[in-house]
Design a protein around this ligand. Structure first.
Ligand code: NAD
Length: 350
């Protein structure tokens, strides 16, 4: 909605409604592939970006975080929360919105919802990483934690890695039933399981995507066989992890940005100098990914600002030429830049 035609600097805004229309306009699987391409392209130019661990404000119930970055031309940030108790109150665990701005003049160029977009970008990142690390021919995934992220994670693995079968497990069987229903007819074999062990039968990829504000043990050491790829999504906060330390000690660990992951990821349970490999180096060929068929690879995902930046860039490029955005009167931009007060006075007369 154009709130005031008298200000010239209107900022494109993608609402939740328009984001959903954009996903359907592009198609969810093509969009997941497109997002993965944008994220991979930005991982290749990783060194160019400003990087900092996200700025977190913790409370008893959850966390609120700001995730900024810049490539020198465009600046971006995401506001995101994580409140595992929210679902019991009918609220989302994770909600988000984000912004891109022009580094040259500091003016915002895009404001967007990012709750749906975070689910898409997290899934696209998982699958982009699995493309490098999962064992050859991997086509079956255990999906442990069947909440908001789970269908996105599953579809990205299908669209990007050729997943054929997903084995769902959640402590809440209603969540599994919901995910199974949502994934029906999307070209995958969907198997509902009643234990984590059952979900891992025959799976070469294990995704853990649970929400619990504690050192949880979704995977114990004896549950994980040789040669699998673990995509660990849910442990993303101090004091909130999913894997037993024994699993970490048997795995080759890949991370986004070590400075943030050591605070928030599974590796917060390990010594501060425990070796990890940065994914951007695997992608640009300066570090090795999987080296042996029987190696356990672990993507200790926490979600990094550059992935959100890539996702916002993708949205900015794909809303161009559509009507899938509103124009927000977000910036006061008087014709005479020094006459902000005069603009305010004229508004009283109007
Ligand atoms: P959600 O609350 O919608 O779903 C979580 C599910 O986990 C629920 O269905 C719950 O019943 C299940 N669960 C909890 N404990 C379990 C257990 N012991 N075994 C099996 N299932 C269990 O949350 P969501 O939006 O799907 O997010 C899942 C997790 O992913 C959260 O912890 C969130 O913080 C994290 N996350 C990470 C990233 C990232 O980039 N790494 C991005 C988004 C979300």
């Amino acid at each position: 909605m154009t709130l005031s035609p008298s200000h010239k600097a209107l900022v494109p805004f993608v609402s939740v409604d328009n984001m959903m229309k954009l996903v359907h306009h592009i198609g969810i699987e093509p969009m997941l592939r497109g997002l993965a391409d944008y994220i991979e392209a930005d991982f290749r130019r990783w060194e160019l970006f400003d990087k900092t661990p996200r700025i977190a404000s913790h409370s008893e119930e959850g966390v609120i975080e700001l995730m900024p970055t810049s490539d020198g031309e465009v600046y971006g940030f995401k506001y995101v929360n994580g409140h595992p108790k929210n679902t019991r109150e009918g609220l989302q665990t994770v909600t988000a919105f984000g912004l891109l701005a022009n580094v040259g003049n500091g003016y915002p160029v895009l404001l967007s919802e990012m709750t749906v977009l975070t689910a898409l970008r997290t899934a696209a990142t998982s699958a982009m990483v699995a493309k490098y690390l999962a064992p050859k021919g991997a086509d079956t995934m255990a999906m442990i934690g069947n909440g908001a992220q789970s269908e996105f994670q599953t579809l990205a693995m299908k669209a990007i890695c050729g997943l054929k079968s997903v084995r769902l497990y959640d402590i809440d069987s209603a969540a599994t039933a919901k995910a199974a229903r949502n994934l029906r007819g999307l070209g995958l074999e969907v198997v509902s399981c009643t234990s984590p062990e059952e979900s891992m039968e025959g799976a070469q990829i294990i995704t853990t995507c649970t929400a619990d504000k504690q050192y949880a043990t979704i995977l114990t050491d004896n549950m994980v066989g040789a040669g699998v790829h673990i995509n660990a999504i849910g442990g993303d906060c101090p004091g909130k992890t999913e894997l037993a330390p024994g699993v970490l000690h048997r795995s080759t660990i890949f991370v986004e940005y070590p400075e943030q992951t050591r605070i928030e990821g599974e590796i917060q349970q390990l010594d501060h100098d425990h070796p990890v490999t940065e994914m951007w180096q695997v992608i640009n060929g300066t570090a090795k990914g999987r080296t042996r068929a029987n190696e356990i690879t672990l993507f200790d995902s926490v979600g990094f600002a550059i992935e959100d930046f890539s996702a916002l860039r993708y949205v900015r490029d794909h809303i161009a030429g559509t009507d899938l955005f509103l124009e927000l009167d977000l910036l006061a931009d008087p014709d005479d830049p020094r006459d902000l007060f005069g603009m305010l006075q004229r508004a009283a007369k109007a």
